[in-house]
Write a protein that binds this ligand. Structure first.
Ligand code: ZN
Ligand code: ZN
Length: 199
C-alpha cells in the first residue's frame, strides 16, 4: 500500500506541470509573436484557461469527500446483534434497521441483501462504496483518483469533469496557437539537416 506521503507525489507532479506550463507558454509567446495585439489576445485567453484549469484541479484535490450521514450509523448494540445473525435473519434485521431509521435505501448486494459497511459500521446508502485508500464510505463514489489523491464522488464529481474539460481545452489551445510558430522552426531545422548531410 502506498504511504501517506507517497500519495501526494502524483498531485504535486500534476500541479508542477500546470504551473510550469504558464511561464513556458508566456515566454514563448513574447519571444515568437511580434504583433502586439495578437500577443495580448493570446496571453489573455491563455490566462483565463490557466486560471479555470488550476481552479478545477485544486477544487478536485481539496474538496472533502462526501461521507455517509450520521443517521445511517449503526449503534454498537445494533452492530453486535447483527454479528450474531446470518443469512436471511441478518437481512431481516437490516431491513428492520432501515425501517426504524426511516432511510431510503433501494440498492441491494448481488446476493440480494441490504448493504452495510463492516469497517465504518453503518448502512450503505445507494451508490456509496467504501474506499480503502481514504478509509471511509463515500457517497456516489466513482473511483479513487491517484492523480488528485482524492475520491471522485458526490462532492467533487463536477470539478473532476470540469478538470478534464478544461485540460482538453487548455492543451488544444496551446497546440493550436503554437503550431504555426513551432512547425516552421522544425522545417528550418530539417532544411539545415538536409543541406548539411545531402548537399
Ligand atoms: Zn466504509
Ligand atoms: Zn478514496
Amino acid at each position: 500500500m502506498t504511504s501517506k506521503c507517497g500519495r501526494f507525489i502524483l498531485p504535486v507532479v500534476v500541479f508542477t506541470f500546470i504551473i510550469v506550463s504558464c511561464p513556458v507558454y508566456a515566454l514563448g509567446c513574447v519571444y515568437l509573436v511580434s504583433n502586439l495585439i495578437e500577443l495580448a489576445l493570446y496571453l489573455l485567453i491563455f490566462s483565463v484557461l490557466f486560471i479555470v484549469l488550476l481552479w478545477s484541479f485544486l477544487a478536485t484535490v481539496f474538496t472533502p469527500v462526501a461521507t455517509v450521514p450520521p443517521n445511517y450509523k449503526l449503534t454498537d448494540q445494533e452492530f453486535e446483534l447483527l454479528s450474531t445473525k446470518d443469512g436471511l435473519e441478518k437481512n431481516k434485521l437490516l431491513q428492520t434497521y432501515i425501517k426504524g431509521k426511516n432511510l431510503l435505501i433501494q440498492t441491494r448486494s448481488s446476493a440480494g441483501s441490504v448493504r452495510y459497511c463492516l469497517k465504518c459500521k453503518h448502512l450503505k446508502p445507494d451508490r456509496a462504496h467504501h474506499c480503502s485508500t481514504c478509509g471511509v464510505c463515500v457517497l456516489k463514489m466513482d473511483h479513487h483518483c491517484p492523480w488528485v489523491n482524492n475520491c471522485i464522488g458526490f462532492s467533487n464529481q463536477k470539478f473532476f469533469i470540469l478538470l478534464h474539460f478544461y485540460t482538453t481545452l487548455y492543451c488544444s489551445y496551446i497546440v493550436c496557437t503554437s503550431i504555426r510558430y513551432v512547425v516552421p522552426m522544425h522545417d528550418d531545422y530539417l532544411l539545415d539537416y538536409y543541406v548539411v548531410w545531402f548537399v
